[in-house]
Design a protein around this ligand. Structure first.
Ligand SMILES: *Cc1c(COP(=O)(O)O)cnc(C)c1O
Length: 393
Protein backbone atom coordinates (compact mmCIF):
# COMPACT_ATOMS: atom_id res chain seq x y z
CA UNK A 1 0.00 0.00 0.00
CA UNK A 2 1.58 3.28 -1.11
CA UNK A 3 1.31 5.97 1.57
CA UNK A 4 -0.69 9.04 0.48
CA UNK A 5 0.94 12.28 -0.66
CA UNK A 6 2.39 14.56 2.00
CA UNK A 7 3.27 18.23 2.07
CA UNK A 8 3.86 21.01 4.58
CA UNK A 9 1.62 24.06 4.86
CA UNK A 10 4.57 26.44 5.34
CA UNK A 11 8.00 26.86 6.89
CA UNK A 12 8.67 28.68 10.14
CA UNK A 13 11.82 30.37 11.49
CA UNK A 14 12.89 28.51 14.64
CA UNK A 15 14.15 31.78 16.15
CA UNK A 16 11.52 34.40 15.27
CA UNK A 17 8.50 32.32 14.24
CA UNK A 18 8.31 34.19 10.92
CA UNK A 19 6.47 32.27 8.16
CA UNK A 20 8.08 31.24 4.88
CA UNK A 21 6.75 29.70 1.67
CA UNK A 22 7.41 25.94 1.57
CA UNK A 23 6.99 25.28 -2.15
CA UNK A 24 10.23 26.86 -3.31
CA UNK A 25 13.86 26.16 -2.41
CA UNK A 26 14.73 27.71 0.95
CA UNK A 27 17.85 27.87 3.07
CA UNK A 28 18.18 29.71 6.41
CA UNK A 29 15.68 32.33 7.58
CA UNK A 30 16.38 36.07 7.32
CA UNK A 31 17.55 35.81 10.95
CA UNK A 32 20.18 33.24 9.86
CA UNK A 33 18.41 30.42 11.72
CA UNK A 34 17.00 27.03 10.66
CA UNK A 35 13.51 26.76 9.17
CA UNK A 36 11.07 24.05 10.29
CA UNK A 37 8.36 22.57 8.08
CA UNK A 38 4.89 22.86 9.60
CA UNK A 39 1.87 20.66 8.86
CA UNK A 40 -1.84 21.01 9.41
CA UNK A 41 -1.82 18.70 12.42
CA UNK A 42 -5.41 19.50 13.45
CA UNK A 43 -6.69 18.31 10.09
CA UNK A 44 -4.27 15.34 10.07
CA UNK A 45 -5.37 14.26 13.56
CA UNK A 46 -8.70 13.24 11.99
CA UNK A 47 -7.24 11.01 9.31
CA UNK A 48 -3.69 10.00 10.33
CA UNK A 49 -3.64 7.64 13.30
CA UNK A 50 -1.12 4.99 14.40
CA UNK A 51 -3.37 2.19 13.14
CA UNK A 52 -3.22 3.70 9.63
CA UNK A 53 0.47 2.73 9.54
CA UNK A 54 -0.26 -0.99 9.64
CA UNK A 55 0.75 -2.68 6.39
CA UNK A 56 2.69 0.27 5.00
CA UNK A 57 6.18 -0.20 3.48
CA UNK A 58 9.05 -0.79 5.93
CA UNK A 59 10.80 2.51 5.24
CA UNK A 60 10.47 6.09 6.42
CA UNK A 61 7.95 6.97 3.70
CA UNK A 62 5.34 5.23 5.84
CA UNK A 63 5.06 8.62 7.60
CA UNK A 64 4.29 10.46 4.34
CA UNK A 65 1.50 12.59 5.85
CA UNK A 66 4.05 14.36 8.06
CA UNK A 67 6.77 14.57 5.41
CA UNK A 68 7.25 17.51 3.04
CA UNK A 69 7.45 15.65 -0.30
CA UNK A 70 4.22 16.20 -2.27
CA UNK A 71 4.68 14.13 -5.41
CA UNK A 72 5.26 10.41 -4.64
CA UNK A 73 7.31 10.25 -7.88
CA UNK A 74 9.87 12.55 -6.20
CA UNK A 75 10.51 10.14 -3.31
CA UNK A 76 14.10 9.09 -3.87
CA UNK A 77 14.31 5.82 -1.96
CA UNK A 78 17.08 3.32 -1.24
CA UNK A 79 15.34 1.56 1.65
CA UNK A 80 16.02 4.20 4.34
CA UNK A 81 14.51 3.99 7.80
CA UNK A 82 12.54 1.34 9.73
CA UNK A 83 15.79 0.07 11.23
CA UNK A 84 15.57 -2.58 13.94
CA UNK A 85 15.05 -1.65 17.59
CA UNK A 86 16.94 -4.46 19.30
CA UNK A 87 16.35 -5.26 22.95
CA UNK A 88 19.65 -5.86 24.78
CA UNK A 89 19.00 -7.59 28.13
CA UNK A 90 22.67 -8.35 28.85
CA UNK A 91 23.54 -4.71 28.27
CA UNK A 92 20.70 -3.62 30.58
CA UNK A 93 22.01 -5.90 33.30
CA UNK A 94 25.55 -4.64 32.93
CA UNK A 95 24.39 -1.01 32.90
CA UNK A 96 22.06 -1.46 35.86
CA UNK A 97 18.98 -0.03 34.16
CA UNK A 98 15.53 -1.53 33.61
CA UNK A 99 15.56 -2.24 29.88
CA UNK A 100 17.87 -1.26 27.03
CA UNK A 101 17.30 -1.21 23.30
CA UNK A 102 19.80 -0.44 20.56
CA UNK A 103 18.29 1.35 17.58
CA UNK A 104 20.63 0.14 14.87
CA UNK A 105 20.90 2.94 12.37
CA UNK A 106 23.98 1.29 10.89
CA UNK A 107 21.54 -0.79 8.82
CA UNK A 108 20.48 2.20 6.74
CA UNK A 109 21.64 2.67 3.13
CA UNK A 110 25.28 3.92 3.20
CA UNK A 111 25.61 2.48 6.72
CA UNK A 112 24.47 5.46 8.77
CA UNK A 113 21.37 7.38 9.80
CA UNK A 114 22.48 10.19 7.48
CA UNK A 115 20.49 8.32 4.82
CA UNK A 116 17.26 9.50 6.45
CA UNK A 117 18.10 13.17 6.26
CA UNK A 118 19.73 13.16 2.85
CA UNK A 119 16.98 10.97 1.41
CA UNK A 120 14.46 13.66 2.31
CA UNK A 121 16.68 16.62 1.41
CA UNK A 122 17.54 15.23 -2.05
CA UNK A 123 13.91 14.26 -2.72
CA UNK A 124 12.77 17.76 -1.88
CA UNK A 125 15.61 19.40 -3.84
CA UNK A 126 14.51 17.31 -6.84
CA UNK A 127 10.87 18.23 -6.36
CA UNK A 128 11.66 21.95 -6.09
CA UNK A 129 13.98 22.04 -9.11
CA UNK A 130 17.56 22.13 -7.76
CA UNK A 131 20.01 20.94 -10.41
CA UNK A 132 23.34 20.70 -8.57
CA UNK A 133 23.85 19.76 -4.93
CA UNK A 134 26.73 20.29 -2.51
CA UNK A 135 27.59 19.86 1.14
CA UNK A 136 30.42 19.94 3.64
CA UNK A 137 30.57 16.74 5.67
CA UNK A 138 32.45 14.94 8.40
CA UNK A 139 32.02 11.86 6.20
CA UNK A 140 28.71 10.01 6.47
CA UNK A 141 26.54 12.87 5.25
CA UNK A 142 28.80 13.02 2.20
CA UNK A 143 28.30 9.39 1.28
CA UNK A 144 24.56 9.59 1.90
CA UNK A 145 24.29 12.70 -0.30
CA UNK A 146 26.34 10.97 -2.98
CA UNK A 147 24.02 7.95 -2.87
CA UNK A 148 20.77 9.90 -3.10
CA UNK A 149 22.20 12.25 -5.72
CA UNK A 150 23.12 9.19 -7.80
CA UNK A 151 19.66 7.70 -7.30
CA UNK A 152 18.00 11.01 -8.30
CA UNK A 153 20.37 11.62 -11.22
CA UNK A 154 21.63 14.91 -9.75
CA UNK A 155 25.33 15.87 -9.49
CA UNK A 156 26.70 16.22 -5.94
CA UNK A 157 29.83 18.02 -4.69
CA UNK A 158 31.14 16.77 -1.35
CA UNK A 159 33.82 18.59 0.68
CA UNK A 160 35.31 16.64 3.60
CA UNK A 161 38.37 16.78 5.89
CA UNK A 162 41.32 14.87 4.40
CA UNK A 163 41.48 12.54 7.42
CA UNK A 164 37.90 11.28 7.00
CA UNK A 165 37.79 7.45 7.40
CA UNK A 166 39.07 5.81 4.19
CA UNK A 167 36.05 3.50 3.68
CA UNK A 168 33.81 6.57 3.58
CA UNK A 169 36.03 8.32 1.01
CA UNK A 170 36.01 5.20 -1.17
CA UNK A 171 32.24 5.05 -0.87
CA UNK A 172 31.74 8.70 -1.88
CA UNK A 173 33.97 8.22 -4.92
CA UNK A 174 32.25 5.00 -5.97
CA UNK A 175 28.86 6.72 -5.76
CA UNK A 176 29.98 9.19 -8.39
CA UNK A 177 30.17 12.42 -6.40
CA UNK A 178 32.75 15.15 -6.99
CA UNK A 179 34.88 14.61 -3.84
CA UNK A 180 37.12 17.41 -2.53
CA UNK A 181 39.51 16.88 0.38
CA UNK A 182 40.52 19.71 2.65
CA UNK A 183 43.08 20.17 5.43
CA UNK A 184 40.67 21.33 8.09
CA UNK A 185 37.37 20.60 9.80
CA UNK A 186 33.78 20.45 8.60
CA UNK A 187 33.41 24.18 9.33
CA UNK A 188 36.29 24.92 6.87
CA UNK A 189 34.64 22.64 4.30
CA UNK A 190 31.50 24.77 4.67
CA UNK A 191 33.37 27.80 3.35
CA UNK A 192 34.24 25.93 0.12
CA UNK A 193 30.59 25.00 -0.36
CA UNK A 194 29.46 28.59 0.21
CA UNK A 195 31.82 29.69 -2.56
CA UNK A 196 30.29 27.11 -4.93
CA UNK A 197 26.83 28.32 -4.00
CA UNK A 198 27.75 31.89 -4.94
CA UNK A 199 29.76 31.11 -8.06
CA UNK A 200 28.01 28.12 -9.57
CA UNK A 201 24.56 28.09 -8.02
CA UNK A 202 25.01 24.84 -6.09
CA UNK A 203 22.21 24.06 -3.67
CA UNK A 204 23.66 23.75 -0.15
CA UNK A 205 22.52 20.63 1.72
CA UNK A 206 24.40 21.53 4.94
CA UNK A 207 22.69 20.24 8.03
CA UNK A 208 19.82 22.53 9.15
CA UNK A 209 20.76 25.09 6.47
CA UNK A 210 17.98 23.63 4.35
CA UNK A 211 14.71 22.60 6.04
CA UNK A 212 14.37 18.93 5.12
CA UNK A 213 17.25 16.84 6.47
CA UNK A 214 15.67 17.28 9.89
CA UNK A 215 12.37 16.03 8.45
CA UNK A 216 14.06 12.77 7.50
CA UNK A 217 15.78 12.43 10.86
CA UNK A 218 12.60 13.07 12.79
CA UNK A 219 11.22 9.75 11.52
CA UNK A 220 13.43 8.08 14.17
CA UNK A 221 11.03 9.55 16.74
CA UNK A 222 7.96 8.17 14.98
CA UNK A 223 9.64 4.79 14.63
CA UNK A 224 10.49 4.55 18.33
CA UNK A 225 6.83 5.17 19.17
CA UNK A 226 5.64 2.54 16.70
CA UNK A 227 8.30 -0.07 17.49
CA UNK A 228 7.70 0.23 21.26
CA UNK A 229 4.03 -0.49 20.67
CA UNK A 230 2.70 3.06 20.97
CA UNK A 231 4.82 4.65 23.68
CA UNK A 232 8.21 6.30 24.19
CA UNK A 233 11.12 5.25 26.44
CA UNK A 234 12.20 7.07 29.61
CA UNK A 235 15.62 8.01 28.24
CA UNK A 236 17.03 8.52 24.72
CA UNK A 237 20.81 8.66 24.42
CA UNK A 238 21.99 10.26 21.21
CA UNK A 239 25.44 11.14 19.79
CA UNK A 240 25.37 14.80 18.82
CA UNK A 241 27.36 16.49 16.08
CA UNK A 242 25.21 19.00 14.19
CA UNK A 243 22.31 17.82 16.30
CA UNK A 244 19.79 17.10 13.54
CA UNK A 245 18.90 13.70 14.97
CA UNK A 246 18.10 14.96 18.44
CA UNK A 247 16.33 18.07 17.15
CA UNK A 248 14.37 15.97 14.67
CA UNK A 249 13.12 13.51 17.28
CA UNK A 250 12.12 16.37 19.56
CA UNK A 251 10.13 17.88 16.68
CA UNK A 252 8.51 14.51 16.01
CA UNK A 253 7.33 14.26 19.62
CA UNK A 254 5.69 17.70 19.40
CA UNK A 255 3.98 16.67 16.18
CA UNK A 256 2.83 13.39 17.73
CA UNK A 257 1.30 15.35 20.60
CA UNK A 258 -0.40 17.62 18.04
CA UNK A 259 -1.78 14.53 16.33
CA UNK A 260 -3.09 13.23 19.65
CA UNK A 261 -0.79 10.17 19.63
CA UNK A 262 1.01 11.04 22.89
CA UNK A 263 0.51 13.43 25.81
CA UNK A 264 2.88 16.13 27.09
CA UNK A 265 5.34 13.68 28.71
CA UNK A 266 8.72 13.30 27.00
CA UNK A 267 11.78 11.05 27.29
CA UNK A 268 14.87 12.60 28.87
CA UNK A 269 17.05 13.57 25.91
CA UNK A 270 20.75 12.92 26.47
CA UNK A 271 23.16 14.58 24.07
CA UNK A 272 26.50 12.75 23.97
CA UNK A 273 29.63 14.36 22.56
CA UNK A 274 33.32 13.50 22.39
CA UNK A 275 35.54 14.89 25.16
CA UNK A 276 37.75 16.27 22.35
CA UNK A 277 34.86 18.24 20.81
CA UNK A 278 32.05 19.06 23.24
CA UNK A 279 30.62 22.51 22.50
CA UNK A 280 27.08 21.51 23.54
CA UNK A 281 28.24 19.97 26.82
CA UNK A 282 30.15 23.15 27.66
CA UNK A 283 27.16 25.35 26.80
CA UNK A 284 24.75 23.10 28.70
CA UNK A 285 26.95 23.16 31.80
CA UNK A 286 27.26 26.96 31.56
CA UNK A 287 23.49 27.39 31.19
CA UNK A 288 24.03 29.20 27.87
CA UNK A 289 21.39 29.53 25.16
CA UNK A 290 23.85 29.00 22.29
CA UNK A 291 27.31 27.38 22.07
CA UNK A 292 30.74 28.89 21.43
CA UNK A 293 32.77 27.13 18.69
CA UNK A 294 35.12 24.42 20.03
CA UNK A 295 38.81 24.90 19.25
CA UNK A 296 41.14 22.13 18.06
CA UNK A 297 38.35 19.58 17.80
CA UNK A 298 39.77 16.04 17.94
CA UNK A 299 38.01 12.67 18.09
CA UNK A 300 38.01 9.51 16.00
CA UNK A 301 34.21 9.60 16.04
CA UNK A 302 34.17 11.69 12.87
CA UNK A 303 30.41 12.33 13.13
CA UNK A 304 31.04 14.13 16.42
CA UNK A 305 33.88 16.28 15.13
CA UNK A 306 31.60 19.28 14.64
CA UNK A 307 32.99 22.37 16.42
CA UNK A 308 29.96 24.61 15.79
CA UNK A 309 26.31 23.88 14.97
CA UNK A 310 23.75 26.28 13.50
CA UNK A 311 21.07 24.43 15.49
CA UNK A 312 22.89 24.72 18.83
CA UNK A 313 20.02 26.55 20.55
CA UNK A 314 17.55 23.89 19.41
CA UNK A 315 19.72 21.09 20.86
CA UNK A 316 20.11 22.94 24.15
CA UNK A 317 16.38 23.74 24.37
CA UNK A 318 15.39 20.12 23.80
CA UNK A 319 17.88 18.77 26.33
CA UNK A 320 16.72 21.27 28.97
CA UNK A 321 12.99 20.99 28.32
CA UNK A 322 13.23 17.20 28.59
CA UNK A 323 15.10 17.19 31.90
CA UNK A 324 18.02 15.54 30.13
CA UNK A 325 21.73 16.32 30.03
CA UNK A 326 24.73 16.75 27.75
CA UNK A 327 27.61 14.38 28.47
CA UNK A 328 31.17 14.20 27.10
CA UNK A 329 32.94 10.85 26.60
CA UNK A 330 36.67 10.30 25.88
CA UNK A 331 37.62 8.36 22.74
CA UNK A 332 39.13 5.52 24.78
CA UNK A 333 35.76 4.91 26.49
CA UNK A 334 33.97 4.89 23.13
CA UNK A 335 36.34 2.23 21.83
CA UNK A 336 35.92 0.13 24.96
CA UNK A 337 32.12 0.30 24.74
CA UNK A 338 32.09 -0.56 21.04
CA UNK A 339 33.44 -3.94 22.16
CA UNK A 340 31.14 -4.27 25.16
CA UNK A 341 28.06 -3.53 23.04
CA UNK A 342 29.35 -5.77 20.26
CA UNK A 343 29.81 -8.81 22.46
CA UNK A 344 26.58 -8.20 24.40
CA UNK A 345 24.32 -7.60 21.40
CA UNK A 346 25.84 -8.64 18.06
CA UNK A 347 25.83 -5.05 16.77
CA UNK A 348 29.17 -3.66 15.54
CA UNK A 349 28.75 0.00 16.46
CA UNK A 350 30.39 3.10 15.07
CA UNK A 351 32.46 4.97 17.69
CA UNK A 352 29.46 7.31 18.01
CA UNK A 353 27.39 4.32 19.10
CA UNK A 354 30.12 3.36 21.56
CA UNK A 355 29.99 6.92 22.93
CA UNK A 356 26.29 6.62 23.67
CA UNK A 357 26.77 3.37 25.59
CA UNK A 358 29.75 4.82 27.47
CA UNK A 359 27.53 7.68 28.66
CA UNK A 360 25.08 5.41 30.50
CA UNK A 361 27.29 4.76 33.57
CA UNK A 362 27.69 8.55 33.84
CA UNK A 363 23.90 8.96 33.68
CA UNK A 364 23.46 6.34 36.39
CA UNK A 365 25.88 8.17 38.65
CA UNK A 366 24.03 11.44 38.12
CA UNK A 367 20.62 9.88 38.74
CA UNK A 368 19.50 10.42 35.13
CA UNK A 369 19.00 6.71 34.41
CA UNK A 370 17.66 4.45 37.15
CA UNK A 371 17.20 0.73 37.64
CA UNK A 372 13.59 0.81 36.41
CA UNK A 373 14.23 3.06 33.40
CA UNK A 374 13.79 2.10 29.77
CA UNK A 375 16.72 3.40 27.77
CA UNK A 376 17.17 3.61 24.00
CA UNK A 377 20.73 3.86 22.71
CA UNK A 378 21.21 5.11 19.18
CA UNK A 379 23.91 3.43 17.18
CA UNK A 380 24.05 5.96 14.35
CA UNK A 381 26.43 4.09 12.04
CA UNK A 382 28.11 0.82 11.17
CA UNK A 383 31.47 0.10 12.76
CA UNK A 384 32.68 -1.13 9.36
CA UNK A 385 32.98 2.47 8.17
CA UNK A 386 35.64 3.25 10.79
CA UNK A 387 37.95 0.28 10.41
CA UNK A 388 41.54 1.54 10.60
CA UNK A 389 40.64 4.61 12.71
CA UNK A 390 42.10 4.71 16.21
CA UNK A 391 41.01 6.64 19.30
CA UNK A 392 42.59 10.09 19.66
CA UNK A 393 43.95 12.08 22.65
C1 LIG B 1 26.61 12.71 11.62
C2 LIG B 1 26.76 11.65 12.61
C3 LIG B 1 26.43 11.87 13.96
C4 LIG B 1 25.95 13.21 14.47
O1 LIG B 1 24.63 13.40 14.09
P1 LIG B 1 23.88 14.79 14.15
O2 LIG B 1 22.44 14.47 13.93
O3 LIG B 1 24.47 15.66 13.10
O4 LIG B 1 24.10 15.35 15.50
C5 LIG B 1 26.50 10.80 14.82
N1 LIG B 1 26.93 9.58 14.40
C6 LIG B 1 27.27 9.33 13.13
C7 LIG B 1 27.73 7.97 12.74
C8 LIG B 1 27.18 10.37 12.18
O5 LIG B 1 27.50 10.11 10.91
Amino acid sequence: MTPPAGGATHLECTWTGERYESERLQTLSAAGRPLFARYDLDALAERFRPQDLVGRPADLWRYAEVLPVRDPACRVGLGEGWTPLLEAPRLAERMGVGRVWVKDEGQNPTGSFKARGLGLAVSRALELGATELALPSAGNAGSAAAAYGAAAGLPVHVVVPRDTPAPILAEIRALGADLRLLDGLITDCGAVVREGVERYGWFDLSTLKEPYRVEGKKTMGYELFEQLGGRLPDVIVYPTGGGTGLIGMWKAFDEMEGLGWIGPERPRMISVQAAGCAPMVRAWEAGAETAEPWRDAATYASGLRVPAAVGDFLILRAVRASGGAAVAVPDADMAEWVEIVGSATGVFCAPEGGAVAAAVPVLRERGLAGDADEVVLFNTGSGLKYVGMTPQE
